[in-house]
Design a protein around this ligand. Structure first.
Ligand code: NI
Ligand code: MN
Length: 227
C-alpha cells in the first residue's frame, strides 16, 4: 500500500515500507497551501528534483524539524547543507541507491536549475522509486523527451506523477504522450494552478487523459490518496 498526501504545487509525501518521502517542498510560499501546517510534516527523506525555489523553499526548515535526509543532485545537496539542512545524500542523474528498502533512482529531466540567489544547482532531474510492492515515477519539472520510454521498462510502473501546467513544463497534451511512453494508465498531476502562468481547466485535463485511456488524478491540497 502506498499513501500519497498532496501539499500543493509539486509537493507531495509518499509513505511506503514504513518510511515517508517528501518531494519538492514549497508550502509557505504557496498561497493555495496556506492551510497546510508545515510543522506537522516530518518525513524521513526529502527528495529534491532541482534547485528552483518552488521545489526547495521549505527543505531546510523541514530537514531541521524532522531530521530528514535531503536527497538530490550533488549541487542541490551541497547548497542545502550550507543553509542548515541537517542531513544530505548527494546523487546524480542515472544513479540509484537503496534507502530502507526503497530504491531511489535519479532520472534525467529537461529543465534549468539554479537557486533564488543565482547559485548553480547542477542539472534538473526526476525520480524513479521502487520497493517490493510499489513502483512509480516522478518526472520533476521537464519537457517531454523520447527517452521517457525507457523509464519503467524493466518493471511496470504503478503510477506516474507528472507536471501538467505547461509554460515551464509539460502541458496536458505532452503529459499524455509522456504517460504513453511510460506505458502507465494512472497519472497524478502536479505543477498547475499555483501561478497565473500555469492555471489549467481541471475538467478539460481529466477528459483529455480519459480519452487516451489514462486516469488523471487531481488531488485536493492536504488530501490523501491510497494506491
Ligand atoms: Ni523549475
Ligand atoms: Mn517548478
Amino acid at each position: 500500500m502506498t499513501q500519497i498526501t498532496y501539499y500543493g504545487h509539486a509537493c507531495f509525501e509518499i509513505e511506503c515500507n514504513g518510511k515517508s518521502m517528501l518531494f519538492d517542498p514549497f508550502i509557505r510560499g504557496n498561497a493555495l497551501a496556506s492551510h497546510v501546517d508545515l510543522s506537522s510534516i516530518n518525513p524521513h527523506y526529502i527528495l529534491l528534483s532541482h534547485a528552483h525555489s518552488d521545489h526547495t523553499a521549505d527543505a531546510v526548515e523541514i530537514s531541521k524539524q524532522s531530521g530528514a535526509t535531503c536527497i538530490g543532485v550533488y549541487e542541490v545537496c551541497g547548497y542545502l547543507q550550507s543553509k542548515g539542512a541537517v542531513s544530505i545524500h548527494p546523487m546524480n542523474i542515472g544513479g540509484s541507491k537503496v534507502f530502507d528498502g526503497i530504491e531511489i533512482k535519479m532520472t534525467q529531466a529537461i529543465h534549468s536549475s539554479s537557486f533564488e540567489d543565482g547559485t548553480y544547482g547542477g542539472v534538473a532531474g526526476g525520480f524513479q522509486i521502487s520497493t517490493d510492492n510499489s513502483h512509480f515515477y516522478y518526472a520533476g519539472d521537464t519537457s517531454l523527451f523520447g527517452d521517457m520510454q525507457f523509464i519503467g521498462k524493466k518493471r511496470q510502473l504503478d503510477f506516474a506523477i507528472l507536471p501538467i501546467g505547461g509554460n515551464f513544463t509539460m502541458d496536458v497534451t505532452d503529459a499524455i504522450e509522456c504517460a504513453k511512453l511510460l506505458n502507465v494508465n494512472k497519472v497524478i498531476g502536479v505543477h498547475y494552478d499555483t501561478f497565473g502562468y500555469i492555471v489549467i481547466n481541471h475538467q478539460n485535463a481529466i477528459d483529455a487523459f480519459s480519452e487516451a485511456g489514462i486516469e488523471l488524478i487531481l488531488m485536493p491540497i492536504g488530501g490523501k490518496y491510497i494506491i
